[in-house]
Design a protein around this ligand. Structure first.
Ligand code: GRF
Length: 254
């Protein structure tokens, strides 16, 4: 992700909204965040809204059993920040509706219009191009994720966004690329890596073809990372590196 911070972010109307604050409040989890956190999120983000279930038939019954059988963790509330086409948002939202992610998208924020008030547990940047204000990073420690379309720390930071990333990867002669899911700090693309996937860079790749190959993996790896986040399966190693605990074998980490 990259691009200079410009206007304050605001709200993207999703396809349908639950407009009633009372209904929204009724859906809140039993452990709302401290008011300070919620207020800070409100100050910095845009608006929030609830989206209707996807009409894509394949999106519905994904791994419902795996997520719902999970012992005792309440469903988490997620805010997703987007600037682009929103395909990563859609993948996460569909997974939440289908059951693969034990959480709900409570807020969808873009760099366009408005913003209500909703406590969230985690913030997910999904193609969001602006730098997240340091105050918001501090208010959400270890709770903001981003996805970047290269194997960080390569091809990340200021200037590396969209097709520029893939052009640079191809021009470098790198034989492999792939998405990185990482926690967000005050800088572009420098937070701790949580998950990665590798794809080949082929001899005749164009940036568009490579981007599509990487994007396909983005949708898988981001959903898996968010699922782990919502099930409290992230473990922080002593040196500050986050690891994902396997759902099936708690002694196994990725
Ligand atoms: C993705 O390639 C993501 O890695 C990057 O921006 C793009 C967003 O795509 N940060 P979409 O808007 O989710 O389709």
């Amino acid at each position: 992700m990259e691009a200079a911070a410009v206007a304050p972010p605001a709200l993207l109307p999703c396809r349908s909204v639950d407009p009633s604050p009372a209904q929204f409040a009724a859906r809140r989890g039993p452990e709302p965040w401290p008011r300070g956190r919620a207020l800070a999120a409100r100050r910095h983000a845009g608006a929030a809204l609830r989206c209707e279930p996807s009409r894509r038939p394949e999106a519905r019954p994904v791994a419902r059993a795996a997520a719902t059988e999970d012992a005792g963790t309440r469903r988490k509330r997620l805010a997703v920040f987007v600037s682009g086409a929103g395909s990563n948002f859609r993948a996460i939202h569909d997974a939440a509706l289908g059951g693969a992610v034990r959480g709900d998208v409570a807020a969808l924020v873009t760099d366009k219009p408005a913003m209500p008030e909703h406590d969230v547990d985690f913030v997910l940047l999904a193609g969001y191009l602006k730098l997240i204000p340091a105050e918001l990073v501090r208010e959400y420690p270890r709770s903001i994720l981003n996805i970047h379309p290269s194997l960080l720390p390569a091809f990340g930071g200021k200037g590396y966004y969209g097709s520029k990333v893939h052009k640079a990867v191809i021009a470098s002669g790198a034989r492999y690329s792939g998405p990185t899911v990482h926690f967000v700090d005050e800088h572009y693309d420098t937070g701790k890596t949580l998950a990665q996937r590798v794809v080949p860079v082929l001899a005749d790749d164009t940036p568009e073809v490579l981007a599509a190959r990487v994007l396909h993996e983005e949708h898988q790896v981001y959903v898996e990372a968010v699922a782990a986040l919502c099930e409290d399966r992230i473990v922080w190693r002593e040196d500050g590196v986050p690891l994902i605990k396997s759902r099936t074998n708690p002694n196994e980490y990725t």
